[in-house]
Design a protein around this ligand. Structure first.
Ligand code: ADP
Length: 410
């Protein structure tokens, strides 16, 4: 069964075509910096067999254009995947399902066929996750047009966090707000953190089970997750994706009275939403870019606000690691994943230095090398470190493919 997984991040689009249940990746694509300058498309055909890698520098104004470009490459004789030797290229009609790493829907969690009721429930919470639900609703609509015969499956990001205890989930607000509106700490990035939990099962420096894990998914959106015995026990996201550590364009944790005060001062809803969704986070502090590559470079060149943005980011991650260390009563493994976590030795170093009082210590050389040759993971802590530190390539798509297959298998 061919399952195409679509991962619409806040700044990127990723696609993977799986042959299930073998879990073979036939083709993979990535569209970077959607909606801003310096965009690029990467296309890998039969990546497991090391065939054909194509990169194009091109600005991609929106998700719709990104999806179209990916489907075009899928069908192209030079870039389209080959299922098996001599079997010819794949047609769009061969794709049984499109699996989406959907974010949230009112009253739904877990894995669902994306019928009208689920889409309406995603629409109901569009206000809570405008960037993500908006992107997915658009992506789902485009895929339905392009692949009318394929089943659309949503694997919701909140499902992995259902194990978080009420005292960490419920806000100290009037209890009726929780009952009536469902206001509570949801937790997101479930596909990523659950992949880390699964990958780390039975893995620490000594080869025994890493029971207490802090998973740092740092990318355009960032979240820290405390994992105990494979289950999520805390997560830095809140009711919406606005909470936690600062994101590329979103503030992260915030005193709610700031918003009420600005409303009181006459700021309009539109300006407030723009500030929270587009003009905040790394972009807002630096005034320069939402991308850590740009900020690291600018800070090196003496750009003070780029430096400040990096410092604020590191400080926020430090706080969550400290909190979760206490909640987990110690730590076996600290894991970095996501675009920043995987690719920035500089920020991994800064973050680990900020928690050195916990006995965490990097191996400088391993950290500089990053991911191993196969691009999957590397142990980057020193032998003296009290907790293992890993960098692991996010593979949110595999979890989505597995769940989609499970739902649809005959
Ligand atoms: P999304 O949350 O949109 O899926 P990703 O997980 O793909 O995002 O992460 C994208 C981010 O990763 C970029 O915005 C950038 O900040 C960061 N990033 C990517 N490559 C590097 C790098 N080499 N060094 C530092 N940061 C990087």
């Amino acid at each position: 069964m061919l399952v195409l997984v679509s991962n619409a991040g806040s700044t990127s689009l990723k696609f993977k075509l799986f042959d299930m249940p073998a879990e073979t990746v036939l083709c993979e694509g990535r569209v970077e910096r959607v909606g801003s300058a310096g965009g690029a498309i990467y296309h890998y055909r039969n990546p497991g067999r090391g065939i054909a890698f194509k990169e194009e520098k091109q600005n991609i104004p929106d998700y719709s254009r990104g999806i179209r470009r990916f489907l075009d490459s899928l069908l192209h004789s030079e870039t389209g995947p080959v299922k098996a030797a001599g079997s010819g290229t794949i047609g769009l009609e061969d794709i049984t399902a499109v699996g989406f790493k959907t974010v949230l829907a009112k009253g739904f969690s877990g894995v669902h066929l994306l019928d009208e009721a689920v889409l309406r429930a995603m629409e109901d919470y569009r206000f809570v996750a405008p960037v993500h639900n908006g992107a997915y609703l658009e992506a789902i609509a485009r895929f339905r047009e392009q692949l009318p015969k394929a089943q659309m499956v949503g694997v919701f990001e909140t499902a992995f966090h259902a194990t978080i205890a009420p005292e960490r989930r419920i806000y100290a607000l009037p209890y009726e707000w929780y009952e009536k509106y469902g206001v509570q700490r949801m937790g997101y990035h479930g596909a990523s953190h659950s992949y880390i939990a699964r990958t780390m099962a039975g893995t620490d420096a000594a080869g025994t089970a890493a029971r207490r894990i802090i998973s740092c998914h740092l990318g355009g959106s960032c979240s820290i997750c405390a994992i105990l015995d494979g289950k999520s026990v805390d997560n830095s996201f809140g009711f919406s994706l606005q909470a936690g550590v600062p994101h590329a364009n979103r503030a992260g944790d915030l005193d709610p009275y700031i918003i009420l005060y600005l409303l009181h001062e006459g700021m309009g809803m539109e300006e407030l939403l723009e500030g929270l969704e587009k003009n905040g986070g790394m972009m807002g502090i630096s005034g320069l870019s939402n991308d850590m590559r740009d900020l690291e470079k600018a800070a090196c060149g003496g750009h003070e606000r780029a430096q400040l943005a990096l410092d604020i980011f590191v400080n926020a991650v430090q706080r969550y690691i400290g909190q979760y260390y206490v909640e987990l009563e110690g730590l076996d493994a600290l894991v970095f994943t996501g675009g920043i976590g995987e690719n920035s030795p500089f920020l991994r170093k800064r973050i680990c230095e900020s928690v050195r009082s916990l006995g965490i210590e990097l191996d400088g050389e391993a950290n500089a090398q990053g991911m191993d040759a196969a691009g999957r993971r590397r142990l980057i802590s020193s032998a003296a470190s009290k907790a293992a530190v890993w960098v692991i390539a996010a593979n949110e798509e595999l979890g989505v493919a597995r769940e989609s297959y499970k739902l649809l298998q005959p």
